[in-house]
Design a protein around this ligand. Structure first.
Ligand code: CUA
Length: 160
């Protein structure tokens, strides 16, 4: 089969680029710990462990360590507002009550998908005081653009 030299050149460039992107995805996912939701986080019909609970909450595990059990549903997050002191490490457990939503805390690395029947988990440390907008990043219906929450990272002495 005859392939025109220009076409051959572009085929080679395209395949090389795809390989570069593939390697970049593998390296970044390994080094940053990015992974797709796995069977390990799938909810059993009866929820027995501390990983999942029907109620939204934020709790302090110890000095500077928090856990947040977050629910996404059309078209709100619960809890709507999360407050922690600066320097805190927060583990988020994210659930969906209906369909797929996103959970992106702007200006941070927290960016999860809320998948029905699945608990997604991420741990992040928030050093910079301020108010962070949390937005839904998956189109989820007519109220999608109004689906947001807030993370408030307070100056450490503001809580004294
Ligand atoms: Cu929830 Cu978009």
């Amino acid at each position: 089969m005859h392939v025109h030299p220009y076409e051959r050149t572009w085929i080679i460039i395209s395949v090389a680029l795809m390989m570069v992107f593939g390697v970049a995805i593998v390296i970044s996912s390994l080094s940053l710990g990015i992974e797709i939701p796995g069977l390990s986080a799938r909810l059993a019909p009866v929820v027995a462990d501390g990983l999942a609970s029907d109620e939204p909450w934020v709790r302090e595990l110890g000095p500077g360590r928090y856990e947040a059990n977050v629910f996404a549903q059309m078209w709100a997050f619960q809890p709507t507002e999360i407050r922690v002191p600066a320097g805190s490490t927060v583990t988020f457990y994210l659930h969906s009550r209906d369909l797929i939503h996103g959970y992106k805390i702007l200006d941070t690395n927290v960016n999860l998908m809320a998948v029905p029947g699945q608990v997604n988990k991420v741990t992040a440390t928030f050093d910079r005081p301020g108010e962070y907008l949390i937005v839904c990043t998956e189109y989820c219906g007519v109220g999608h653009q109004a689906m947001f929450g807030r993370l408030i990272v307070e100056e450490p002495n503001a809580l004294l």
